[in-house]
Every structure is written in C-alpha cells, then in structure tokens.
Design a protein around this ligand. Structure first.
Ligand code: AHM
Ligand code: MG
Length: 336
C-alpha cells in the first residue's frame, strides 16, 4: 500500500503557506474531491448497477445526447458542493443555466464550473472518462451570482483540476503553484500524492487530433498535420506517432506524462461553433494546468486563458501541449 501524502493533507499544507486563507477554499476542494470519488465509484461499477450505462434519452443545451452517467455525475457534483457554504453558484456543461445555491444553505465567495463527465461517448465501451473543474472568485458584493459573474478570463482561475477514471483513478490539480497528480487508493478512500510537480517536455513526436474532420480545418492546421504525417520524408524530417482517445482528460494526462500535442481546432462547418470544446468547462481549467506544467494552450491565434468569455457555453478551438510544437502551430497561423 502507498502511504504517501493525502490530497487533504496537501491542500491543508498549501493553505498554511497563505496566512490570510480562511480555510474556505480548502473545504470547497474537499467537497469537489468527494464528488470525484463518488463518480469514480459509479464509473467503476458499470453495468453491475442499474441506471448507469446507456443514453438518458435527452440532450444538453448544446444539442449533444446525454448519457445516464452524464446526468448522474452532474447531480453528484451539485449535491456534494451545494451545502458547504463556500459557493455563490455553480455552472455545468450539462445544465442550460447557472445553478443557484438552494435557499436552505449558506452562500460563499467562490464559483464552481465543471464538466461532470468528459469523454462520455466512451462510457459504454469501457474507455477512460473524467471530470473537469474550475474555481473562480465571485465578484465582490454579488449576492446572487448570474451567468455574467462567471464570464471571467481563465487567468482569474483560483484552481483548475481534472480526474481521470482510467485503469487507476487520478486527480490532477493546480492552484497556480505547479501541477500535482494524485492516485485514488480505493482501500483507504483517499487520493495520494503520487505525481508531484508534473511537467510537460518541450518537444514531442506525438500528436492527437480527430483526423475525420480534416477537410473542415483551416490551412495552418492542415499544413501542420500534413507535415507530421509526412514524417522523415517531409519538411520536418522527423517521424510522428498519433493517438486519439476522444477523451480530453486522457489526452491531457498523457501529455502531462510524456509530452504531446492535442488539437481540437477551428472547424469551418458551423460559424456559430468555432471549435468543439467549451471555454469555461474544458479549455480554461486544462489551459491552467498545461501552462503550470510548462506547456502552452492556445486557439492558434490567442492564449486561451486571456479570452474574455462571452457566454457560459462558449466554444473555442484548443491546441495544447508541448511548448515547441504548439509554438509551431501558432507560427503557421501567423504565416497564414
Ligand atoms: P464531451 O464533454 O461531450 O464528452 O465532449 C468533449 C470530448 C473531449 O473529451 C474529446 O476530446 C472530444 O470530445 C472528442 O470529440 P470527437 O467525438 O469529435 O472525437
Ligand atoms: Mg467534455
């Protein structure tokens, strides 16, 4: 058994380094961790418990089919985080509007956004999924937080994190002091610090993209991927390998472990959807983590974390990972 530092200990020790901290943030993170453990448990049970696998027969605000586990995970996040008195409101990829804190509970100074089950198209085929979350401060003086109070650039995040429900359950976290990875010890019921100070290598020979969308990409993206595929017979004079899990959490975890570049680029199909991934629930928390690990997260034209959001469910192109490859993609956008 691994008897390392637990996530609770880690968070409390971080709190001690900031003498003005009230303990609110620590307590909130603990509630988020409880939600993640409960979701990990549901995911792991799979078909052994009824009502977990399969489609829920509904769509979210973005017109995507919801899985039963999408809805269950969303409920778990809400229930675990609404009672503690640390939040002014929550917003989720699976809910149309902001979720206010029910009147019977006290309100707090933070805002929580989350994608309760990222990569849920993978759930019924038993591949990795995860949860992504971001914590913001509620603007001073706001009692009942509305959507506009959430519309803060990613640079304002207090914390970004995600879990990966894979062969082992991992939680990766940043509060702006580097990136740390924890593994769930199911016997102890605690996340244990197993991957301190995760960093992304600057160079990589591995790219991740959904190639079936190739004809809809812009020229800079086509150029970059064509060059990767040409390998030693092309301009790059270097062979590349490709991966596509269709779970951003798994993709980002791989990049944190051994480097790589992940791209869900701008798509010319529908001008109202310049990308697939959502700024508030996916791109910003992942961007915070990737930058804290020494990587880059960009749309190809601008730093994701500096985008001023214009809507809760806004979508953006995402290109993230190893510094030198993402810089190359950005330079191709400049050339174009
Ligand atoms: P989701 O939040 O509805 O699961 O969608 C996000 C996921 C990402 O995890 C993944 O990178 C992408 O969608 C996969 O998309 P595609 O099905 O086009 O390959
Ligand atoms: Mg998602």
């Amino acid at each position: 058994m691994h008897t390392g530092e637990t996530i609770t200990q880690f968070i409390i020790e971080e709190q001690r380094n900031s003498p003005s901290a009230s303990g609110d943030f620590t307590a909130l993170l603990n509630d988020v961790v409880v939600a993640c453990k409960a979701i990990a448990n549901c995911v792991q049970q799979g078909a052994l418990v009824g009502g977990v696998l399969g489609s829920a027969g509904s769509e979210n605000i973005q017109g995507e089919t919801q899985k039963k586990l999408d809805i269950l995970s969303n409920d778990i996040f809400l229930k675990a985080n609404q009672w503690g008195g640390h939040l002014a409101a929550m917003a989720s990829e699976e809910m149309d509007d902001v979720y206010p804190i029910p009147p019977q509970y006290p309100k707090g100074k933070y805002l929580l956004t989350f994608d309760p089950l990222d990569g849920s198209s993978n759930i019924d085929i038993n591949l990795s999924v995860g949860s992504i979350f971001s914590i913001l401060r509620c603007p001073e003086g706001v009692e009942d937080a509305k959507a506009e109070d959430f519309l803060q650039p990613g640079t304002e995040q207090v914390c970004g994190g995600f879990t990966l429900y894979g062969p082992s359950t991992m939680l990766v976290l940043t509060t702006g002091n580097g990136v740390n990875g924890f593994t769930l010890d199911h016997n102890v019921g605690e996340f244990i610090l197993t991957h301190p100070n995760m960093t992304i290598p600057e160079d990589t020979a591995e790219f991740a993209i959904n190639m079936s969308n190739q004809r809809h990409w812009e020229e800079p993206m086509k150029r970059y991927v064509d060059e990767c595929i040409a390998g030693t017979s092309g301009d790059r004079d270097k062979d590349f390998n490709m991966r596509w899990v269709a779970s951003m959490v798994a993709e980002v975890y791989r990049i944190l472990t051994r480097g790589g570049i992940f791209m869900y680029p701008k798509d010319t199909r529908d001008p109202s959807k310049p990308g697939k991934l959502r700024l508030m629930y996916e791109a910003n928390p992942m961007g915070f983590i990737v930058e804290q690990a020494g990587g880059i997260c960009s749309t190809g034209r601008e730093r994701i974390m500096e985008i001023q959001p214009n809507g809760l469910h806004q979508r953006v192109p995402v290109i993230l990972g190893s510094k030198n490859e993402v810089e190359r993609v950005i330079s191709y956008h400049k050339d174009a």
